[in-house]
Design a protein around this ligand. Structure first.
Ligand code: CP
Ligand code: NVA
Length: 303
């Protein structure tokens, strides 16, 4: 594996499979790895709020025998108090790995370039690789195999959608994206995903209609309409995304017993109804749990 995990694009299909195999072991046998990160410290620099990412990394690191340090926006003031590179070079002298949650994706790249220790992207405006890894691990866990699976992502072509496009295409999972006009993933992301899909033998398709996008889906995935940092657009987006709500009616157009996925936090009754989020085929809390198991595997691989 490369030094850092900034995007799913950095990983080969074999490396992803390797992370999943180690995750299986970690999930089954907690005690066996209790000393894997003994004497190591993980620093978490967060410029946005978090529940899952922060807690799963901190608890996961602790379970592996390591320590973690949460560095809130006010403490580090990334790029304001001192440059990203200076923060990275300083922290590299104290700690063993950095998780960064930030706005511009470029901040992750800059931090990774300057740090001598591994940098893990804990969400940027462009991607959320740890999420996508936990998500596809969850799909594999539920279906036992990723062969002939179609995942439909309904909603904003955002960071989560980008990472799902990359990972599905790398692992041979068909992906259909349904987004309103103007909110589809960037051309360059689709182009990269299509190139990966060509190698794995899967398909990538884009729709501007949710009903078309969920046809033949084994998995229906959605995320908030306004991401962190887009709060001011929330009202306008609510009007634009109305037809893209994951409701029971929409779910009824997919394959029978399609899994329901969401990275969380969910805005209930906006992008997804509570009826669907709490339905028997919803695996959203399994996804949340798997964040920790997968990230423990990532930490072991990188450290
Ligand atoms: N899914 C996810 O990253 O959740 P948090 O924003 O709570 O970390
Ligand atoms: N797209 C969401 C994901 C949160 C985990 C955001 O960036 O806010």
């Amino acid at each position: 594996m490369k030094k850092d995990l900034i995007s799913i694009k950095d990983l080969t299909a074999e490396e992803i499979t390797g992370i999943f195999l180690l995750t299986d072991k970690l999930k089954k046998n907690k005690n066996k790895f209790a000393k894997a990160l003994k004497g190591k410290t993980l620093g978490l620099i967060f410029q946005k709020p978090s529940n899952r990412t922060r807690v799963s990394f901190e608890v996961g690191c602790f379970q592996l025998g390591g320590n973690s340090l949460y560095l809130s926006p006010g403490e580090i003031s990334l790029g304001v108090r001192e440059s990203i590179a200076d923060v990275a070079m300083t922290l590299s002298r104290y700690i063993d790995a950095i998780v960064l949650r930030t706005f511009e994706h470029n901040n992750c790249l800059e931090m990774a370039r300057a740090a001598t220790v591994p940098v893990i992207n804990g969400l940027s405006d462009f991607s959320h690789p740890c999420q996508a890894l936990a998500d596809l691990y969850t799909v594999k866990e539920k279906f036992k195999s990723l062969k002939n699976i179609t995942l439909s992502y309904i909603g904003d072509g955002n960071n989560v959608c980008n990472s799902l496009l990359f990972i599905c295409a790398k692992l041979g999972v068909n992906i259909k994206v349904g987004s309103p006009d103007g909110y589809a993933p960037a051309e360059s992301v689709l182009k990269d995903a299509m190139a990966f899909a060509k190698i794995s033998g899967s398909t990538v398709n884009l729709f501007n209609n949710a009903k078309e996008a969920v046809k033949n889906a084994d998995v229906i995935y959605t995320d908030v309409w306004a991401s962190m940092g887009q709060e001011e657009e929330a009202k306008e987006r609510k009007k634009i995304f109305g037809e893209f709500q994951v409701s029971s009616d929409l779910v009824s157009l997919a394959n029978k017993d399609a899994l329901i996925m969401h990275c969380l936090p969910a805005h209930r009754q906006e992008e997804i109804t509570s009826e669907v989020l709490d339905s028997k085929n919803s695996v959203v809390f399994d996804q949340a749990e798997n964040r920790m198991h997968v990230q423990k595997a990532i930490l072991i691989k990188l450290l």
